[in-house]
Design a protein around this ligand. Structure first.
Ligand code: GSH
Length: 242
């Protein structure tokens, strides 16, 4: 198993998806967190002068989404005859029993973290793109230069951006298997689900009723929290606004 060290600020933001992917993949990692003040002394040592940086056996990787997908592919690309056959029989069993949802086998969960087919990878990427767009808006509010600007951006966020993206995510969920799966891609969790989970965490912390009008997103959140190792990680991680 490689030695992973994640270097990032003591927040979720652009580092958390990497932490979540490593967690679901069952990989131990050193979570090197630092304050904004402490960052100055580490900055010159990072290739782009920015974080997150994931050190893999001493080799530095930068660019948050590229890193998250790299890790997801490391632990999400194996699928052999045995697991496919097992999963086929499992699905047949579900269909025969007329189970409404199509649960994924453990093997299948591990094959799809980053999308199994080219089309699946596209579905993952479009969700990640939307997450980046909404996150950018959230960051603008968070770092607004004064209170007046913040309240103006906040208003736009609540009235326009959040409803637009929650509707979009709901449509993506519906489009995938027409509601038979609670995940964004196929019938198992991927980094798309982890990215949406993290993004919505920031928004739900400010409005706990946020998802009341979006039942499919609520179900997606619950399904994501049921992915391997996630619940224990969420329970112990420090609570942050961003
Ligand atoms: N596209 C890069 C952006 C990285 C980035 O903007 N990092 C910020 C923190 S979230 C940073 O290091 N800021 C400090 C600086 O630029 O000096 C990624 O996604 O990794």
């Amino acid at each position: 198993m490689p030695k992973y060290v994640l270097h990032y600020f003591d927040v979720r933001a652009r580092g958390e998806l990497i932490r979540l992917v490593l967690t679901v993949a069952g990989q131990d990692f050193e979570d090197h967190r630092f304050s904004f003040e402490e960052f100055a002394k580490f900055k010159p040592g990072y290739v782009s002068g920015q974080v997150p940086v994931l050190e893999v056996d001493g080799k530095q990787m930068n660019e948050s989404l590229a890193i998250a997908k790299y890790v997801a592919r490391e632990y999400g690309s194996y699928y052999g005859l045995k697991s496919n056959l097992g999963h086929f029989l499992y699905l047949l069993f579900c269909v025969l029993l007329k189970l409404r949802k199509l649960p994924a086998s453990q093997a299948e969960k591990q094959t799809r973290l980053c999308g199994k087919t080219n089309l699946d990878q596209y579905y993952v990427d479009r969700v990640l793109g939307a997450c980046t767009d909404l996150f950018t808006k959230y960051v603008e509010v968070f770092f607004a230069k004064d209170d007046a600007t913040r309240s103006e951006l906040q208003k736009k966020m609540g009235e326009e951006h959040i409803p637009r993206f929650l509707k979009l995510f709901s449509e993506y969920l519906k489009e995938n298997t027409n509601g038979k799966s609670d995940f964004f891609v196929g019938n198992s969790g991927s980094i798309a689900d982890l990215a949406v989970h993290d993004l919505l965490t920031s928004l739900i912390q400010k409005d706990e009723k946020l998802l009341d009008k979006y039942p499919t997103l609520k179900a997606n959140r619950a399904a994501t929290e049921a992915l391997p190792n996630i619940k224990a990680y969420l329970d112990k991680r420090p609570k942050k606004d961003i």
